[in-house]
Structures are given as C-alpha cells and as structure tokens.
Design a protein around this ligand. Structure first.
Ligand code: ATP
Ligand code: MG
Length: 153
C-alpha cells in the first residue's frame, strides 16, 4: 500500500498522453516521496485533475504537476494555463453538479468529477482546494498525510 508518488504520476501521465499527445505535462518539485494510501483512489483524483486541466485549457499545451512535502504531508497541485475560475465561484466547483455557468455551454460535463474527487480526499483525512485567476489558469491541489490509510473506508 506504499507507493512513490512520481511513479504513480508517470503512469497516469502516460495514460493521459495517449489521448492528448499535444500536451506537455511536467512534474516539478520534490522527487521520491513515499505515500501510504489507497493508490487507486489517489490515481483517480490525479486523473480527474488532469482531464479537467486539459478540457478547460483550449489553445494551451503545458500543464505542471507541483509536488511538495509540507509538515509530513504531501502536496500535489495540477497547474493549467487555461480559462481559470472567478474568485466567487472557486468554492462551488467542488459541489455536486456545479458547473461554471458562463463557460458550461462550451464544455461537456456533468459537474460530478470534482465532487467525487473531494469526497475521496476528505475520506483520507486530506484537504482539497483550488487557486485560480480568471483568464490565466488554475491550480487544483490536494494535501494528504503521508500515511492516510487509517482514515480510508
Ligand atoms: P465531469 O463530471 O464530466 O467531470 P465537469 O468537468 O463539468 O464534468 P467537474 O470536474 O466537477 O465537472 O468540474 C466542475 C466545474 O468546475 C466545471 O464545469 C468547470 O466549470 C470548473 N472547472 C473544473 N476544473 C477546471 C479547470 N481546470 N479550469 C477551469 N475551470 C474548471
Ligand atoms: Mg471534470
């Protein structure tokens, strides 16, 4: 149940690249951080962040994954350079079925991905959030204790 975060990120990036070869996805920050958690769930979270980052960043070709160690917790942030989210909507994007109204006509979706993602992170005793500027891009992140399995299921 222990895994190295970069190895998981590398395998997820490989999967995403098959359908989005135009995107250059770069891992930044600390390497070799070992996490004890439900790897399949963490993979699902990263896939959700990355597919959103690609979907909401038309006309761009770069995505950064920022990895850091903070107070014995791991930070993973998926940074895009896409449409961004206005400050007053940033909290709501984690709600069930919520979609940003101004842009929802241009992008297909149900508004369920981030809700599920937030549930997974909360169940692991972690924290989820977004930093974003409208028109400049977003960084969706999670912070998980390095040993988070005690809170799972
Ligand atoms: P799906 O259920 O298929 O994932 P969705 O992408 O619309 O549909 P969420 O992933 O839950 O749903 O995201 C909710 C909303 O948050 C989106 O509709 C979009 O308005 C906004 N959003 C999510 N990720 C980003 C992003 N990287 N950049 C800009 N807006 C985003
Ligand atoms: Mg989505």
């Amino acid at each position: 149940k222990t895994f190295i975060i970069d190895e998981l990120l590398d395998s997820v990036i490989d999967i995403i690249r098959q359908s989005n070869p135009e995107f250059n996805i770069i891992i930044k920050g600390q390497k070799g951080i070992e996490v004890y958690a439900d790897e399949m769930r963490v993979e699902q979270v990263i896939i959700n962040f990355l597919t959103n980052a690609i979907k909401y960043s038309p006309g761009t070709d770069e995505i950064h994954i920022n990895v850091d160690l903070i107070d014995n917790k791991i930070y993973v942030g998926v940074r895009d350079f896409g449409i961004g989210i206005a400050a007053d909507q940033q909290k709501s994007v984690f709600d069930k079925f919520y979609r940003v109204e101004e842009t929802s006509i241009h992008f297909q979706g149900l508004g369920i991905g981030l809700f599920i993602t937030a549930e997974i992170i909360k169940r692991h005793g972690g924290e989820i959030g977004v930093k974003s500027t409208l028109g400049e891009g977003s960084e969706f992140y999670f912070i998980l204790p390095l040993n988070s399995d005690t809170d799972a299921d």
